[in-house]
Design a protein around this ligand. Structure first.
Ligand code: 6PG
Length: 253
C-alpha cells in the first residue's frame, strides 16, 4: 500500500504537505536541474500554496523557483480570472508571491473552446517530452513527464477531472490531455488523462475533511472498481504515490 501520513487537522496537513513538496522539488532540481510540478485545483491545496509562498516559513526560500516549471492537472472551462479558475486560485495563493519566471508557468488556457484548450495544452506537454529547451533534458533511462504531481480527491472519488464512469478510465490513450463534459456539473473541464497523471516520479494526494473519508477508503482499501472510484487508478503507481490525510479524511481506514 502507498505510504500514508495522517495529520491532526487541515492546518497540520498543509504544513506537512509544504515540507514534503519542498523536499521533492529540491530533490528533482538537484538531480536533473529542473522540477516539473503539476498543481491540483480545488480548495484543499489553498493552505499548502499559501505555506509555500509565505516568506516567514522556510519553504519559499528553500525552493529553487528558477528551476521549477508549474503545470495544472485540470482546469475548469472558465477564463483565468474567473472565481472558479484553478489558475486564479494558484495565482492568488502562490504565483503572485514567489519569484518564478513567468514563462515557467504553464496554465491551461481554458478561455479557449474546451477541445482547443486541450489540444493547446497537449502541445505544451509535447514540448516538455521533446525536451524543448529549458524544459526537459532526456537523460538515459526512464524520465518522467512530471517530477511532482499534486492531486486532490473528490467526494465521488474523482481525481483531476476524471469523474466516475469517465471514458478516460476505459482504455489507454496516446494523448495526455482531454476535454471532458461533466454532465453532473453542466460544465466542460480540461484534464490530464490517467496516463499523464501516472507519468510522474512522485504523486502526492492531499485530502482533508470527513466528507472525503468514504472516497479515501474506497480509493485505498476498497474493492477494485476504477470506473466507480477513479482515484483507484493511483494503485498502479503504488511505489510513487503517497497520501497526506487529515484525521477526518482518514477516519474510515
Ligand atoms: C478541481 C480539482 C479536483 C479537486 C477535487 C477536490 O478542479 O476541483 O482538480 O480534482 O482536487 O475535486 O477538491 P477540494 O479540494 O475542493 O475538495
Amino acid at each position: 500500500m502507498a505510504p500514508l501520513t495522517v495529520t491532526a487537522d487541515e492546518i497540520d496537513l498543509a504544513r506537512q504537505a509544504a515540507a514534503r513538496v519542498t523536499a521533492l522539488i529540491e530533490g528533482a532540481a538537484a538531480t536533473h536541474g529542473r522540477a516539473l510540478v503539476s498543481l491540483t485545483g480545488g480548495s484543499t491545496p489553498r493552505r499548502l500554496y499559501a505555506n509555500l509562498a509565505d516568506g516567514r516559513q522556510p519553504w519559499r526560500t528553500r525552493i529553487p523557483w528558477s528551476d521549477v516549471h508549474l503545470f495544472w492537472g485540470d482546469e475548469r472551462h472558465v477564463p483565468p480570472d474567473h472565481r472558479d479558475s484553478n489558475y486564479r486560485m494558484a495565482r492568488e495563493t502562490l504565483l503572485d508571491h514567489i519569484p518564478i519566471p513567468a514563462d515557467h508557468v504553464h496554465r491551461i488556457r481554458a478561455e479557449m473552446p474546451a477541445a482547443e484548450a486541450a489540444a493547446d495544452y497537449e502541445r505544451t506537454l509535447s514540448d516538455v517530452v521533446s525536451g524543448a529547451p529549458g524544459l526537459r533534458d532526456v537523460e538515459g533511462g526512464r524520465t518522467w513527464l512530471f517530477d511532482v504531481m499534486l492531486l486532490g480527491v473528490g467526494e465521488d472519488g474523482h481525481v483531476a477531472s476524471i469523474f466516475p464512469g469517465s471514458d478516460l478510465l476505459a482504455s489507454h490513450r496516446p494523448y495526455r490531455v482531454a476535454a471532458v463534459r461533466a454532465e453532473h456539473l453542466k460544465a466542460w473541464r480540461i484534464t490530464l488523462t490517467p496516463e499523464a497523471i501516472l507519468d510522474s516520479q512522485s504523486i502526492v494526494v492531499l485530502v482533508s475533511g470527513e466528507r472525503k473519508a468514504a472516497a479515501v477508503r474506497a480509493a485505498i482499501a476498497g474493492p477494485l472498481d476504477v470506473k466507480r472510484c477513479p482515484a483507484q487508478l493511483l494503485r498502479s503507481a503504488d511505489g510513487r504515490v503517497e497520501w497526506l490525510l487529515d484525521r477526518k479524511a482518514a477516519a474510515l481506514l
